[in-house]
Every structure is written in structure tokens, then in C-alpha cells.
Design a protein around this ligand. Structure first.
Ligand SMILES: O=C(O)CCC(=O)C(=O)O
Length: 275
């Protein structure tokens, strides 16, 4: 499928997300899982906690996904042809653990303005109601940013445990994806996800986010790559594409990028969480 159809674009504009979109083969999705599990085995902790961010700066396989033509074609339908990759995050929920993602809006603490950006959530494994797929509050992106409590729950996969209270599950749509499919979601759509009650891992790789070149970072600094088109604004510093897995120089840059990212996510907070 090349660009999104008019029907898909209308769905996104109306609901604040669109899914499922076929982007990777099952073999490609399995290759990503293998890459994750290789890193976990050879370099324990490298992609844990704050290390779950910017994995595309230390792994050519992840970097290649960010540049995938099918993904970029769909993203272009939403934000236009000048596209930067400004960050990635692995959202992993292991079986028998208690991880969840509270209902939140991405735009609340991320500092990306204006909101000409979109998050691509790529399913590395299947994501369904049993294993805690994302749930979207359809249409909630049309209202402004809401109040978020900062709960710092240890099982919450969000930095501050930022939470929009009293979202009723009935209002939300499950985003059910097969491994290799993706969803796209809007900066202000309210979304979250529950527990993984299955016997296998639920793994999502989020490009968080693809931004138009006109989008600035108003809180701190992010390291970007040009995915498509031109960057006439030059708001950001650039990172290079990694040539091998876990190259020492790439790790240093990734650590620096993560330090800057923490400054953004915890800006104004007296407490720092583990992510
Ligand atoms: O992986 C999840 O369940 C939530 C991810 C998320 O909140 C996001 O990609 O913005």
C-alpha cells in the first residue's frame, strides 16, 4: 500500500489514529525481535530503562526500519513530504510482569511544536487485547491538552507516570495489530495500554516521532535524521546512521541523546523516574 487512502486520512482526522497499516513482512518483524533479544543477551541493560530510547542510533536494523518506504509513504500522507526522525522508543511488556501505560497525550511533555508530527507504533509481535495493545480514546485529539497527574508508578512505562484520570475503557478503541503492522497516532490523542496477560512478550517499536521539518523542540534538544524531503529549517542537531551494532562512538552519542531527552521529559519535575 503506498500513501494512505482518503478513507484512512479521514479516519485519522476524525479519530486521532489510524490502523492497521501493513508495513513489514513477518520475517522483518522477526528479525527485529531477534535483534532485540541479541542485544539483551550480549549487552544486558543496554536497552533497559532509559536505554529503550534511540535504539535506531545503535542498531542499523532499527535505523533501516525508520527509513522504510511504506512507513514513510503513510507518514507523508499525514505530515507532508519533509520528514525527520526525531526519536524512537521500545515499548516492551513481558509476560507475568505488571507493566502498563497510563492514559496520556504525547504532546504534553515532549516539547515538539507545532503539532505537525505523528507517532508510528510498529508491532514487532502481535498486539491484542490479551497482551495489552494500545487503546485510543477516539476523537480526543480534537480537544486541547488535558491535566495529567504525575504518579510515578513503578510499573508505568511512562517517564513521570503521567496520567489523565478517569478515562473509561469503554470510550477507547483497542488497536489490534499483527506483527509487521503499524498504527499512526496524533500528538494529542488520549491513549494508553493495559497489562500483558499472555505467555509471550508484547513488543512495540515506536518512532516517536516523525516530525515535519517545520517542527521545533521548545524545551531542549533532540537528535534527528532526515528521512525524506528537505530540512529548510535546520532547528535540530543531526545524528548519523549507525554502521554496525553497538559501535562505541554511536553508544556515546546515544547516551548523550538520552541525557538530553531526560532533560526534556523531566523538565520542571522535582522527581526523576527510571525511563
Ligand atoms: O506501547 C504502549 O502500550 C504505549 C505506547 C505509547 O504510549 C506511544 O507510543 O505513544
Amino acid at each position: 500500500m503506498p500513501k494512505l487512502s482518503d478513507q484512512q486520512i479521514n479516519f485519522y482526522n476524525d479519530k486521532g489514529y489510524v490502523a492497521p497499516i501493513d508495513v513489514l513482512s513477518i520475517q522483518e518483524a522477526n528479525e527485529i525481535r531477534k535483534e532485540i533479544e541479541t542485544i539483551e543477551k550480549k549487552w544486558p541493560n543496554a536497552i533497559e530503562e532509559v536505554g529503550r530510547n534511540y535504539v535506531h542510533l545503535i542498531s542499523p536494523i532499527f535505523n533501516k526500519i525508520c527509513l522504510n518506504k511504506k512507513i514513510l509513504d503513510a507518514v507523508e500522507s499525514i505530515i507532508g513530504k519533509n520528514i525527520l526522525i526525531c526519536g524512537t522508543t521500545l515499548f516492551i511488556k513481558n509476560p507475568n510482569e505488571k507493566e502498563f501505560v497510563s492514559f496520556h497525550q504525547d504532546a504534553k511533555y515532549i516539547g515538539l511544536e507545532p503539532h505537525n508530527w505523528v507517532t508510528a507504533w510498529i508491532a514487532v509481535t502481535d498486539a491484542n487485547e490479551e497482551n495489552g495493545c494500545m487503546r485510543m480514546w477516539s476523537g480526543s485529539h480534537k480537544k486541547k491538552l488535558r491535566h495529567h497527574e504525575q504518579n510515578f508508578d513503578e510499573n508505568n512505562l511512562l517517564t513521570r507516570g503521567q496520567t489523565i484520570e478517569n478515562v473509561s475503557i469503554e470510550k477507547t478503541d483497542p488497536v489490534i495489530l499483527k506483527a509487521g503492522q503499524m498504527s499512526l497516532h496524533h500528538p494529542t490523542v488520549v491513549h494508553g495500554s493495559g497489562l500483558n496477560k499472555s505467555n509471550d512478550r508484547r513488543i512495540g517499536f515506536a518512532v516517536q516521532s516523525y516530525i515535519g521539518s517545520n517542527v521545533d523542540q521548545v524545551i531542549g534538544k533532540m537528535y534527528v535524521q532526515l528521512a525524506r524531503g528537505e530540512d529548510n529549517y535546520k532547528f535540530h542537531e543531526y545524528s548519523k546512521i549507525p554502521s554496525e551494532l553497538m559501535n562505541k562512538d554511536d553508544i556515546l552519542l546515544r547516551d548523550k541523546a538520552n541525557h538530553e531527552l531526560s532533560n526534556i521529559f523531566y523538565s520542571g519535575s522535582s522527581k526523576i523516574g527510571k525511563y
